[in-house]
Design a protein around this ligand. Structure first.
Ligand code: OFO
Length: 169
């Protein structure tokens, strides 16, 4: 595999684990606020992010590339309110989308079509995750501060369950 592509994929592993860490921090925040449904939603999201990291680990190993694990940055743990957390989530997903796009473009440049094909799943996944993050913001904005609406949204988010990724390597 091209060295630059391999390095970017190695770095992406760290970003995915950081995403899991960040969303776990979101979940802790919501748990402390008494919003266990929101907390559940982000715990599931954290599990998905860990899966993304592991998919890249496996992909690199399948291609005889040595995986290097770096230290995971400490995520933020205090926010002003629920909406600020949700907006931080969307910003983070956009950052990850950019990162995946950069790897894709680099792989394309060196005609590494195996990697672009591998990344197709991630491109689609990022689209879904940005939509989800946006939807959460819209719902929270519709509801406004506290009350019955927030309680109902919390109930809805509490029903999210984890399913392993469908991508087969
Ligand atoms: Fe890894 O899926 Fe978004 O960040």
């Amino acid at each position: 595999m091209d060295k630059k592509v391999a390095t970017l994929l190695n770095e992406q592993i760290n970003k995915e684990f950081f995403s899991a860490y960040l969303y776990l921090s979101f979940a802790n925040y919501f748990e402390n606020e008494g919003l266990s449904g929101f907390a559940n939603w982000y715990v599931v999201q954290a599990q998905e992010e860990r899966d993304h990291a592991m998919l890249i680990v496996k992909y690199l190993q399948n291609n005889e590339v040595k995986v290097i694990l770096e230290a995971i940055e400490k995520p933020e743990n205090t926010w002003d309110d629920e909406l600020t957390v949700l907006k931080a989530g969307l910003e983070h997903e956009k950052f990850i989308t950019d990162s995946i796009n950069t790897i894709y473009a680099t792989a394309l440049e060196v005609k590494d079509f195996r990697t672009t094909q591998f990344l197709d799943w991630f491109i689609k996944e990022q689209g879904e995750e940005e939509t989800n993050a946006n939807d959460l913001i819209n719902k929270a904005q519709l509801i406004g501060k506290g009350g019955k609406g927030l309680y109902m949204l919390d109930q809805e988010l509490g029903s999210r369950t984890y399913t392993a990724p469908s991508l087969v390597l």
